[in-house]
Ligand binder design. Sequence first.
Ligand code: SAM
Length: 256
Amino acid sequence: MSKTLNRDKLKKKIQSIYSKVAESSDSEFHFETGRELAEKLGYNLNDLDRVPDAAIDSFAGVGYYFDLANLKPGEKVLDLGSGSGMDSFVAGLHVTKNGEVTGIDMTDKQIEKAHNLADKNGFDNVVFKRGFIEELPFEDKNFDVVVSNGVINLSADKDKVFKEISRVLKPGGRLVIADIVTKEQMPESIKKDADIWAACIGGAEQSDSYTSLIEAAGLEIEKFKENSKYSFISEQAINASKEYGVMSISLIAKKP
Ligand SMILES: C[S@@+](CC[C@H](N)C(=O)[O-])C[C@H]1O[C@@H](n2cnc3c(N)ncnc32)[C@H](O)[C@@H]1O
């Protein structure tokens, strides 16, 4: 294990794991994937039946936030770390043909898969773009809603991510996410392990400092809840979860 977290190595590790998630959801990960997970987290079955199965197979989110998001027809939505696209497609159904959804992800295999699924399944209002959530390739005040599921914990520059979200949201716009945080501060030895970071554990911020970063970016948190249905599956991940109170949360924050 290196003395400090090597960001390049971490990025490659994350891309390698989530390429595998895109290609084969049958592989063994520290976390669950697929339709069973989505149903357990509370996704609406009618929504799941209307989005491409292959996107659901590679779903690797950590919570359900569409109840908080309350997306309206015509809204413009950005999905950060859109993976194989399941949430972007669900959002596409909710905003209807008058709205639009853009998914952004740094892993080529995820973007390729999501883009092909949108194309083949007639989701004309959903587009996918390769990019980094720390440097969003969009103009200021561009989106009504930013959503994200299980992604921001993976960033080593969370303050940058929240500032970028605040920048691209329209005034009155909302951020609605599910993510992993911890009750206790985790020791550096865990934070420096790229494997455990890429499994959505090592990068998890302590809950209060996570919400402070959101507020420091100029967003006001309106609701914050724990998602008790989410749990990790490998022994290493379960042990870390128990020891440091690693948990899934959903929240909604507004840009004044
Ligand atoms: C746990 S998966 C979740 C994917 C999707 N939101 C879902 O619910 O299935 C995390 C995704 O975030 C992407 N990702 C991680 N860090 C990123 C970053 N800094 N910029 C852009 N995408 C990133 C990964 O490539 C991966 O597809």
